[in-house]
Ligand binder design. Structure first.
Ligand code: HEM
Length: 501
């Protein structure tokens, strides 16, 4: 057994080969997710693997960091040894940002387990049919918005995802414009960019958190205080609104109202703690489920602009299976192999959580001759795994066909959802809900709209050059498109199904 003695910015390979020090930009104190690669900004994350191989060890101010760049290693450590690798690094920023109630950031243990169990009860596959009406409402919101003002596509995506989540989680409506809940959600999310565990400046300089607010230059901390308040409001406000609605008898059944019903028969001595737990568990659907789904849906529009062929094939399949008189439903999914393949390719092509969410080991371990000390922060470079040409030839291209064989799902190609949603005991528990929402949004938009590239002054199509933003959740930026109903009858269909939204 060899003890690894990693130095800042250098790594050692298990064959004993030394890798060159990282580029000047390799963060020492800074944000790992901001890892820059000026030559290929779109593929900045993949570059990590090119340089360093399947396992990269860094030591940053005494903190051991392991970056895994191989699906096999990720499964070996995070799945097969999940009892060792299922904690989260403690984060100063999580506390400062007001996110310590979110179980996604909690260390492994009883408190995390309780929250996850409560959440899973409502988001596991067998519970999902109850959430479908909310997802359908979000989908109708998206279609009606795109018909009315297609150039506001960003806004319609945010409001569609917000509508579905708010209805599903708390049974609440989202107003057409300037919704107060959406404003709180967005204010709260502002500081999530800093929640890159084990990798931010404040993380290593916790004394900064104690700088008095009046010290010049501490405006960041004032801003942080506002977004921290918003993070707590994100948890409390919808719960209070839901309780008022239930009291008045005018409410939509939701995850939260079912929880409340259960609480009414709980032991009164434990009711307060149980209610806190329920509030936190359900509100996690906003903190973990808004940005991620938004990011994938935005990437969908960018991808369709760039890949009209894939769009056309999916539309032909929808025409044949669904027909012109109705929208696709969840039940159609099994008969739409190409649309399913397109969704898989979307997950792979633009991986919304490029480095996943950091895990932390809880005890010393040995793997393939490496010593991995307790409390190592572990990132999986999901972006790179999903762009590995050995698994996905021509990885930069958008090719839904790669998942199909004779028109049916090809079991020999790795399904990107096995990587995208993380690993082991911390695997995303919202994944079935997220995937169902995205299927419905994507299939419905494709069925009734044509998405095409923007035009220049001469009316010529512009080929957009989208880029992936760095961050815990990565967006595609620098894209735009033209969205029009596919036909007069598609327009009539949209109007007929959306008149209520
Ligand atoms: C396409 C959209 C989504 C993506 C790409 C995504 C991805 C992820 C990833 C990578 C993780 C970390 C897994 C790990 O630590 O190994 C995670 C955790 C989590 N996700 Fe998602 N997610 C998505 C949507 C959602 C939605 C809609 C919800 C809620 C309804 C949700 C709830 C959660 C929660 C609660 C955790 C924390 C789990 C824990 O720490 O135990 N996610 N997600």
């Amino acid at each position: 057994l060899r003890l690894l003695k990693p130095r800042v910015g250098s790594t050692t390979h298990r064959q004993g080969r030394s890798f060159p020090p990282g580029p000047a930009g390799l963060p020492v104190i800074g944000n790992l997710l901001d890892f820059p690669d000026p030559s290929t900004p779109w593929l900045g994350y993949r570059d990590l693997s090119r340089r360093y191989g399947p396992m990269t060890f860094l030591q940053v101010l005494g903190q051991s960091i392991l970056i895994i760049d191989s699906a096999d290693v990720a499964f070996d450590l995070l799945e097969k040894r999940s009892s060792l690798y299922s904690s989260r690094p403690e984060s100063t920023m999580v506390k400062l940002g007001g996110w310590d109630w979110v179980f996604a950031f909690m260390p492994y243990g009883q408190r995390w387990r309780q929250h996850r169990r409560v959440f899973w009860e409502y988001f596991r596959p067998s519970a999902l049919p109850a959430l479908r009406p909310a997802q359908e409402e979000g989908m109708r919101r998206l279609l009606s918005g795109l018909l009315e003002s297609p150039s506001n596509v960003y806004e319609h995506i945010r409001y569609a995802v917000g509508t579905a989540n708010c209805k599903a989680a708390h049974g609440l409506e989202v107003a057409h414009d300037n919704d107060s809940k959406m404003a709180v959600f967005e204010k709260a999310q502002e500081n999530v960019a800093f929640l890159t565990e084990g990798s931010t400046l404040l993380e290593y300089l916790p004394f900064l958190a104690r700088v008095p607010k009046w010290v010049p230059g501490a405006s960041f901390l004032r801003w942080l205080e506002e977004s921290r308040e918003a993070a707590w409001m994100l948890r409390d406000m919808p719960w209070i609104e839901m309780k008022d609605a239930v009291r008045s008898g005018q409410y939509h059944p939701s995850v939260a109202s079912s929880m409340l019903e259960k609480l009414s028969i709980a032991d009164p001595a434990e009711a307060e703690a149980e209610e806190g737990l329920a509030m936190s568990a359900v509100a996690t659907a906003y903190s973990a489920g808004l940005d991620t789904v938004n990011a994938v849906l935005q990437a969908f529009f960018a991808a369709m602009t760039l890949h009209p062929n894939a769009q056309g094939v999916a539309q032909a399949e929808l025409d044949a299976v669904v027909g012109p008189n109705r929208l696709p439903t969840f039940d159609d999914r099994q008969n739409l192999p190409y649309v399913n393949a397109l969704l898989k390719e979307l997950y792979r092509w633009h991986n919304a959580t490029p480095l996943g969410v950091a895990h932390q080991s809880i005890a010393d371990d040995e793997y393939n001759g490496y010593f991995i000390p307790a409390h190592t922060t572990v990132f999986v470079n999901e972006w790179s795994i999903l762009h590995d040409p050995a698994t996905y030839p021509d990885p930069e291209s958008f090719i839904p066909e790669r998942y199909l064989q004779d028109g049916m799902p090809n079991p020999d190609v790795r399904d990107p959802t096995t990587i995208l949603f993380g690993f082991g005991r911390r695997i995303c528990p919202g994944r079935y809900y997220a995937d169902a929402s995205l299927f419905l949004f994507v299939a419905s938009v494709l069925h009734v709209f044509r998405i095409s590239p923007p035009l220049d002054n001469q009316g010529k199509e512009i080929r957009i050059q989208p880029r992936a933003t760095p961050g815990l959740v990565s967006y595609v930026e620098n894209w735009s498109c033209i969205i029009k109903p596919r036909s007069a009858s598609a327009e009539v269909l949209i109007k007929s199904v959306t008149q209520r939204s």
